[in-house]
Design a protein around this ligand. Sequence first.
Ligand code: SF4
Length: 253
Amino acid sequence: MTSTQKAIQRGRTLGAYGYPTPNLIALKDTALEVTRRVARQYGEPHWSEKDPLSMLVIIVLSQRTRDRQTSVGYAGLKARFATWEEMRDAPVEDVQAAIAGVNWPELKAPRLQAIMRQITAERGALSLDFLCDLPLEESVTWLHRLHGVGPKTVACTLLFSCQKPVLPVDTHVRRVSMRLGLIGSKVTPEAAHSLLQALLPDDARTIYNYHNGLLEHGQQVCVSGRPRCERCVLTDLCAYYNATKPPTESSIM
Ligand code: SF4
């Protein structure tokens, strides 16, 4: 049974599990205006020069790990191993030691090596450069089959390194999107990817600006816990703000 069917069975509001309104044109307009404003506020992010395999390694290292720890872990791998092939074939303890600063190195070291072995076995070489030349759907499907590679890792790898229009949705992007009223309050992380993606144009630059802008906004202003709405440039677009703001004198009269 799907989450939507379960919601119907329990008599819950369907909008909480998908789009809060059937007016998709209005939601798309809001998503685009949000993108413009957060790009003005936080700037447009630069495209990475890292190849897709290196990006995949960084994204796996970054799971539940702070940016600085991730950078140190990645630098540790580059210092310890001259090539990704050398890392793939090294004793797992060596890989684990090189990334000791990230969270759960004992899980990430064997996972990264397993991914590298699978790529090599299927492609005959340890590279993901071919993904950038595949049609979007094919590249998503190929990457998603790798063991331990979820939707966020797929989207980050393909957007950041191949400039393909796939939206990564992390906890900040999901929380801010929910408060804005672009998706329902009970949308799962998996569903949030496709629901938000469908509100944005099929354009990698716009998608990257939305991802980066909402990530920054979620870390600096629309934080977990009590959002700092008094510092926000999105108040007139925000469902949460408009539902919770105190009434003004003119609205009482
Ligand atoms: S108005 Fe408040 S709740 Fe809405 S996006 Fe801004 S900070 Fe978040």
